[in-house]
Design a binder for this molecule. Structure first.
Ligand SMILES: [Zn+2]
Length: 399
């Protein structure tokens, strides 16, 4: 079992994704060879997936909410970065490092001239059906809990920022890595439990499982908790700016970037009277998106379908859907450089952008807002990424 696993994993996934890296949409019209998706040692991956646990995932989200909305440029944000680093170390992901950068907010961009098609969604999709208004709450009085209102009151100050990551170092190809991310900052005068405590906790849980001393991987995995996503993906942009050119010179070569942003709430389209179902919709799914206008579109699409396949095989409760409009999250700065995908509760442009998540950037984005069905959707996304990445890096159980 051990050997056959190693053979199968080496035969598949990393190689084809790298092999296409030189092709661009503009210069190549040859059809993309469809790789047979061969899954490796089911038993080993199932063992790793079983180490994810709903109560642990919930506890990590709850732990993040002790820092309120964790808004970038505040003491509560810095305290959250420290806490995340301590947690990573306690999981055995001890080689933590930080990216340091300066953040000065840009002046608001002027509205584009001309008449805009109001059915166009961000990222390229089309808005359909019943829509609710979206936006960022900036009104402190909308937070009825005085304790949380006080916690979220200090406002962002421009200046130095940090974000933390740790790395599972590969045993045979430490110089090649996948990057898994979620953003730890939030806004809206709530607890940023779903946006993006849910994605942050997911990445932290993956760091915990992969850092177990009996887990060996051929290739490396970096677990990054981005800062400054809500201000314009500035933490992810800082990482790309500082480290893209270091690949092969201290920075492992990037094989793919997998982002997790808003993992919990899939209650469907707003009703005709614009209220929302209090219950998760029976068809709840994980939305895996790539960006079809990016230079890495074909490779990213292949990665997305690979994740969907891993979901079918290893996720316990919820299916995955693949879409082509990845947008507005920390995978964006990577999308023309490496295969890049995002996992979410809904499609960002056509669904979240149409008001399918009434807690988004609102005071109601609280740990207490969600129930176990919601949290389990996030856990299934964790199962999906864990199993797919385990396959991609050649994970196995040693000792
Ligand atoms: Zn977010």
């Amino acid at each position: 079992m051990f050997d056959s696993f190693a053979r199968v994993t080496r035969s598949f996934p990393v190689i084809p994704i790298i092999a296409f890296a030189a092709c661009s949409r503009a210069t190549s019209t040859a059809p993309v060879p469809v790789q047979p998706v061969v899954m490796g040692d089911t038993a080993a991956i199932r063992t790793l997936v079983a180490r994810l646990d709903l109560e642990r995932y919930k506890a990590t989200i709850k732990g993040l909410t002790q820092f309120g909305d964790r808004r970038q440029g505040t003491d509560r944000n810095r305290a959250a970065v420290d806490w995340i680093e301590q947690q990573l170390k306690s999981y055995g992901c001890t080689n933590t490092e930080r990216i340091t950068y300066d953040f000065q907010p840009a002046p608001p961009a002027p509205r584009p001239a001309g008449v805009r098609d109001s059915t166009l969604a961000q990222g390229g999709g089309r808005l359909r059906g019943i829509r609710n208004r979206t936006g960022v709450n900036n009104d402190s009085t909308k937070q009825p809990d005085p304790r949380l209102r006080a916690l979220d009151t200090p406002q962002s100050v421009p200046g130095q920022r940090q974000e933390v990551y740790c790395t599972k170092v590969g045993a045979t190809h430490p110089d090649e890595m996948y990057i898994g991310g979620g953003h730890m900052d939030g806004i809206g005068w709530g607890e940023a439990a779903n946006d993006d405590g849910s994605g942050t906790a997911l990445v932290m849980e993956l760091a915990r499982v992969f850092s177990s001393p009996d887990v060996v991987t051929d290739r490396s995995i970096r677990f990054i908790l981005w800062n400054n996503e809500e201000s314009g993906l500035n933490g992810a942009k800082a990482y790309v700016a500082q480290r893209q050119s270091l690949q092969g010179k201290g920075e492992p070569r990037w094989l793919g970037m997998i982002q997790h942003d808003m993992m919990l709430f899939d209650h469907g389209m707003p009703r005709p009277d614009h209220t929302m179902s209090p219950d998760q919709r029976p068809e709840a799914d994980i939305n895996i998106e790539f960006q079809d206008t990016s230079k890495m579109a074909r490779q990213s699409q292949q990665l997305a379908w690979f994740f969907a396949k891993a979901n079918e095989k290893f996720a316990t409760d919820y299916p995955a859907s693949v879409g082509q409009h990845m947008t507005n999250t920390d995978s964006d700065p990577f999308k023309d450089i490496v295969p890049s995908i995002s996992l979410r509760e809904n499609e960002r442009g056509t669904q979240i952008g149409a008001g399918w998540d009434p807690q988004w950037h609102q005071p109601t984005d609280l740990y207490a807002t969600y129930n176990d069905k919601d949290f389990r959707l996030g856990l299934n996304a964790a199962q999906t990424t864990l199993s797919a990445v385990a396959e991609l890096v050649g994970a196995r159980l040693g000792k």
